[in-house]
Design a protein. Structure first.
Length: 692
């Protein structure tokens, strides 16, 4: 074992820092019956999201996804809860026909998407949610929508054939494609495939319909070569109506021939009745998105990156004067990346979510002075909305899935929890989590997380799951996950160590930037030093029984560890990891990522792709490895996993490969996730000892 001496550091207990209302003290009977939290508990846990406050400020509607394991799917329902803390949450009856993406209109109606008519359409109900009325009746699915300020119009995003003249043509062409007996697909440009789907020739385009059903849909992005919202994860946050409802602002990237290596998203303005598009941000060759208008309609706020081709650049906050087009940055020296902009009711502040030293907080930014004030404390805020007196927000942590909390504007009182969507978890024991820091690469401060096993006994040593996050511009942080959930390992009797190595987000942009063109040196040094420090600081970690696990970049690092740090771990787990960085430059779909991370294309700078290429160090591999792959993962294609497994088998190293033909970069289907966890925990039990 490597021994490294470190200066003294401060540790922070994440659990102790959470709001007191997040943890309910179990009764004596409950404590006696309590069992460690398991991955089965995680898979069956309800998933809360998308809180939306009613116009009168009295209620919040939110979505809860339950797991139907028998039918191998998730089932989403809409709930309504009073914000005064009185009364129970109530499931809306309209959920029985399928309901998601609930949005309140200025008319007091609650709009939502449902496929109950056979296609996904916009419906509406009232606060009672007993009956639903269909609003749109389009011949194709609505994949996103936005209400106009007065709710008289709806902007909808539809997947259509851009060469067609109308929706009827798109429907006819789709039917003809489905009936075609030959199967060959012809492509003249990239993307050929993206994330987990092959390009079928359609694009996401915006149409405006009247909410009363009158008139014909207006194709407002006709002739635009691109998608809005963007694929694969865009939503209605990428487009909005102007305050008068007469125009739409949308964010999009022109496809052309450069789409796979461009991050040049611009904001466009187009009349809601159709007409000429105006590019509002043409001067910025990087990413512009998230338009939101101030309450008086005079200012457009949006988020912008500065560096083209870099998807993990810091989001700046830009204010544009609607009348003059003049713009300025707000809080330009705030070294955090803003997300989820909302204006305050008086137009004096912007509320944003941003990662911050292992937490994800809600912040208030004074638009005149640029001063930034944190509103929430430890935990991960995933969504928020404003009430009449403050905020309601969804927050999770390492020890709790998402619940709703309310807090007053800049109030000093503790947030008040108003939901309890997983009461069964009160009878589960979680591990105790602690954040620590140590001097990593270049002696810069790096943060990590250690979690004791559930039911920890002082004086004992425990086997360790050393989990490496993907991205690489990402962070595990003090947050809940339904894929790499640290508490499932703690519940199985393993200690957990996670390091937010150089390249992680939430620690300043320079820290995030430092991994580019340095995939194999700086992060590896952080992992080595962090692992050595953790063993020195926490004697309950059994360094002789440890397994390193990771996905995506984390899977890359597992392969890199196999060849460059091959005497430390008793086993490895690699999910959708990169084996050959050079081949990755030609086979992944979003080329801007590999080109930025390596400083150019594989043919311009081949040496950069080979510098930290795991394929070049297979001769040093010796550790047993479990390899897992989703066959619909076009980000890290299956050939990478096959190459990894082939190398292991050819060298005679104990190895196992699990392929999910119907999964992408993630494992989403409940039964597949169950199998994934059975395989991973079985591998750990086999190689570092089944915990007592």
């Amino acid at each position: 074992m490597r021994t490294v001496l470190f200066a003294a550091v401060a540790s922070l207990s994440l659990i102790a820092a959470m709001p007191a209302t997040a943890q309910r003290t179990p009764s004596a009977a409950e404590a006696q019956a309590a069992q460690p939290f398991t991955y089965n508990d995680m898979l069956m846990a309800n998933r809360l999201s998308d809180p939306r406050v009613s116009p009168d400020g009295r209620h919040v509607v939110y979505a809860v996804r339950a797991t139907d394991m028998e039918n191998n799917r998730g089932v989403t329902s809409l709930f309504i809860q009073g914000l005064d803390g009185e009364g129970e949450a109530r499931r809306l009856a309209i959920s029985d026909g399928g309901a998601n993406t609930a949005r309140w209109g200025a008319d007091g109606a609650l709009y939502f998407l449902s496929g109950r008519s056979g296609t996904s359409q916009v419906w509406k109900t009232d606060a009672q949610g007993a009956t639903a009325t269909q609003v749109t009746n389009l011949p194709v699915d609505v994949n996103a929508y936005r209400l106009s300020p007065d709710a008289s119009k709806i902007a909808v995003s539809l997947a259509v054939y851009p060469q067609c003249e109308d929706l009827a043509c798109s429907v006819a062409r789709g039917e003809a494609e489905a009936a075609r007996k030959s199967t060959g697909q012809v492509y003249d440009r990239l993307f050929v495939r993206h994330w987990d789907t092959w390009n079928d020739g359609t694009q996401n385009h915006l149409f405006v319909v009247n909410a009363d059903g009158s008139g014909e849909p207006v194709w407002v992005t006709r002739g635009f070569d691109g998608d809005t919202p963007s694929k694969p994860f865009g939503d209605e946050g990428e487009f909005t109506f102007t305050p008068d409802g007469e125009s739409i602002i949308f964010s999009a990237r022109e496809a052309g021939v450069s789409e796979p290596w461009s991050t040049d998203f611009d904001l466009y303005r187009v009349p809601a009745s159709g007409g000429e598009r105006i590019n509002l941000t043409e001067e910025n060759p990087a990413w512009d998105t998230g338009p939101v208008f101030s309450p008086d309609g005079r200012t457009l706020a949006y988020r912008a990156m500065r560096r083209p081709g870099f998807e993990a650049d810091r989001w700046q906050i830009v204010l544009m004067d609607v009348a003059t087009g003049a713009r300025r940055e707000v809080a330009a020296d705030w070294d955090r990346s803003a997300d989820s902009l909302q204006w305050s009711a008086d137009g004096r502040s912007l509320y944003v979510v941003a990662g911050d030293i292992g937490q994800t907080r809600l912040f208030s930014i004074d638009v005149a002075r640029g001063s930034v004030v944190p509103i929430t404390g430890p935990g991960h805020v995933s969504a928020f909305d404003q009430t009449r007196t403050g905020f309601v927000y969804a927050m999770d942590s390492l020890t709790s899935p998402s619940e709703l909390y309310v807090k007053t504007f800049r109030g000093r009182e503790m947030p008040r929890r108003i939901t309890n969507v997983n009461p069964q978890l009160a009878n589960r024991v979680f591990g105790e989590a602690e954040q620590f820091s140590f001097p990593g690469w270049n002696d810069e401060t790096v943060y990590g997380y250690v979690i004791k096993p559930a039911g920890y006994v002082e004086g004992r040593q425990y086997p360790v799951a050393f989990i490496i996050h993907g991205g690489p511009q990402s962070s595990f942080a003090n947050a809940w996950s339904y894929r790499w959930n640290a508490m499932t390992y703690a519940g199985a009797g393993y200690a957990v160590v996670m390091i937010d190595f150089h390249g992680s987000t939430g620690y300043g942009q320079a820290f995030t930037d430092s991994i580019s063109q340095h995939w194999g040196d700086r992060p590896l040094e952080d992992l080595q030093k962090g692992w050595a420090f953790a063993q020195q600081q926490y004697p309950f970690l059994d360094g002789d029984r440890a397994c390193a696990l990771g996905a995506s970049y984390g899977g890359y690092m597992v392969n890199w560890i196999a060849g460059r740090w091959n005497d430390e771990f008793q086993c490895l787990v690699n999910h959708d990891g990169i084996f050959d960085t050079f081949a990755m430059g030609y086979s992944t779909e979003e080329l801007w990522f590999t080109e930025w991370e390596n400083g150019g294309t594989p043919y311009d700078v081949p040496e950069a792709y080979q510098r930290f290429n795991p394929a070049n160090h297979v001769n040093n591999w010796s550790d047993p490895m479990l390899v897992i792959q989703g066959d619909r993962d076009f980000r890290v294609p299956t050939t990478q996993a096959l190459s990894t497994f082939t190398a292991l088998q050819r060298r005679g190293i104990e190895s196992r490969m699990v392929v999910f033909p119907d999964e992408n970069h993630w494992v989403l289907k409940p039964q597949n996730s169950l199998q994934w966890h059975n395989e991973v925990f079985g591998w750990l039990d086999r190689h570092i000892g089944s915990p007592d």
